[in-house]
Design a protein around this ligand. Structure first.
Ligand code: PLP
Length: 358
C-alpha cells in the first residue's frame, strides 16, 4: 500500500520496522523508550544524538537553538508572537494559503498583524509576487509558509526581507531539500509529515531572538525557558522525539537532504508531467511557477468520476488521495517517506483509470 496522506503522513518503513523491533526493549534497557525517564542517562544521550543528527542534516549554525516542543504547529501560531514581539509591536504576515491565514489569525491577540501580502484573491493558487509585499522595516518579524499543504503552492527560493527576522512554518516541507538556516530567524514544523508522529514540534531559532519578549507569560510558553532546559522543562513527547531521531538516521543513510531534494523533485516532476500530459483529463490548478513538490492537488475533468477514482485507487493500494474540501478533487502528498515507486504506481493507475473511464 502506498500512502499519499497529507498528514499525519507515511513514515519510512525502515523507521517503523526499527521502532517495532525496539518497542519492548529499547537500547538494552529491557523496557520501551516510552517507559524511560526523560532525565535518565539513556534518554539524554539519545536526545543529544538526535539534535546532533539534525544539526548535521541541515548544517544548523551554532548560534541557533534546536527545540523539541509540543502543541502542534497551531499552538506556535500564537506562541511565536508572544515570544518574538513586545507590547505594541507589529509583525508582517505573508498569507499564501490556509495555514498562513490561520497563523495570522491566531497571532492577532498577541501582536498587531499586518498582512503584508496575500494571494487570497487568487484563491491561493499563485504566490503573491515579492515586489507586492508591503513590508515594514520596524516589524518584529515576517511570517510566511514556504509550502502550503492544502493549496499545493511552494516557494522555491527563500525571500529576501532585509534585517527583519524571517519566521517560517515548514510543517510540510522541512527536511525535503537543503536549507540555508542562516536566512531565517525561526523555523518551526509540526512533525507529522516529514519527521514523525503528530504532537511533536521541531523549532530552530536564532538564540538572540529568545530573549526578545519582556511581556509576562507562564514559563511554559517562553521559548528561552525551553532552550535553557534542553526542551525538558516538563515531560517532553519522548516517543515522538525518539521516532524523529530514527527518521533523521534514515535520512542520513539516504544521503541527507541533498539526495532527498533530488528525489522529491523527480517525484513531483513525474506526477505533474502525467497530469499536464493527460489532455485535460486531470488538471492541477496551481500557477506552474508555484507548484509544490510536496502536495499535488488535482481534479478530474468530470467530478462525477471522483467517487470511482477514490474507490478504485484504494482497491489498487493507493491510500488517502481524497483532496481537501477547499479545492475538491484529489491530492497526492509526496513527503520524504513516499518513494518514486509510489508515484510510478499512481501515474500508472491514473493512465489506466482515464483509459477505462474515457
Ligand atoms: N502548518 C502547516 C503548513 C500544516 O500543513 C499544518 C497541518 O498539519 C499545520 C500548520 C497545523 O499543524 P498542527 O496540526 O500540528 O497544529
Amino acid at each position: 500500500v502506498w500512502n499519499f496522506s497529507a498528514g499525519p503522513a507515511a513514515l519510512p518503513p525502515p523507521v517503523l520496522e526499527r521502532a517495532q523491533r525496539e518497542l519492548l526493549d529499547w537500547n538494552g534497557s529491557g523496557a520501551s523508550v516510552m517507559e524511560q525517564s526523560h532525565r535518565g542517562k539513556r534518554f539524554i544521550a539519545m536526545a543529544e544524538r538526535v539534535e546532533a543528527d539534525l544539526r548535521e542534516l541541515l548544517a544548523i549554525p551554532a548560534d541557533y537553538a534546536v527545540l523539541f516542543l509540543q502543541g502542534g504547529a497551531t499552538q506556535h501560531f500564537a506562541q511565536i508572537p508572544m515570544n518574538l514581539a513586545g507590547e505594541g509591536d507589529s509583525a508582517d504576515y505573508v498569507v499564501n494559503g490556509h495555514w498562513g491565514a490561520k497563523a495570522a489569525g491566531e497571532a492577532a491577540p498577541y501582536v498587531r498583524v499586518n498582512v503584508a501580502a496575500s494571494s487570497q484573491a487568487d484563491n491561493y493558487l499563485r504566490l503573491p509576487p515579492r515586489e507586492s509585499w508591503q513590508l515594514d522595516p520596524r516589524a518584529a518579524y515576517v511570517h510566511y509558509t514556504p509550502n502550503e499543504t492544502i493549496h499545493g503552492v511552494e516557494y522555491h527560493d527563500v525571500p529576501v526581507v532585509g534585517d527583519v527576522p524571517l519566521v517560517a512554518d515548514m510543517s510540510s516541507n522541512i527536511l525535503s531539500e537543503p536549507l540555508d538556516v542562516s536566512r531565517f530567524g525561526l523555523i518551526y514544523a509540526g512533525a507529522q509529515k516529514n519527521i514523525g508522529p503528530s504532537g511533536l514540534v521541531l523549532m530552530i531559532v536564532r538564540r538572540d531572538l529568545l530573549e526578545r519578549s519582556s511581556r509576562p507569560m507562564a514559563r511554559i510558553f517562553r521559548y528561552a525557558e525551553h532552550a535553557a532546559a534542553a526542551s525538558m522543562l516538563n515531560t517532553p513527547n519522548t516517543w515522538g522525539w525518539y521516532l524523529a531521531g530514527l527518521t533523521f538516521e534514515w535520512l542520513k543513510e539516504q544521503g541527507g537532504v541533498a539526495a532527498m531534494g533530488e528525489r522529491n523533485r523527480a517525484k513531483a516532476e513525474k506526477l505533474y508531467a502525467a497530469i499536464d500530459g493527460s489532455g485535460g483529463y486531470y488538471r492541477n490548478p496551481v500557477d506552474p511557477a508555484a507548484r509544490s513538490r510536496m502536495n499535488v492537488p488535482f481534479t478530474l475533468h468530470d467530478s462525477a468520476l471522483d467517487a470511482d477514482f477514490l474507490k478504485e485507487s484504494e482497491a489498487a493500494g493507493l491510500m488517502a488521495l481524497k483532496g481537501h474540501k477547499a479545492l475538491g478533487g484529489m491530492r497526492a502528498s509526496l513527503y520524504n517517506a513516499v518513494p518514486l515507486a509510489a508515484v510510478d504506481a499512481l501515474v500508472a493507475f491514473m493512465g489506466d483509470f482515464a483509459r477505462r473511464h474515457g
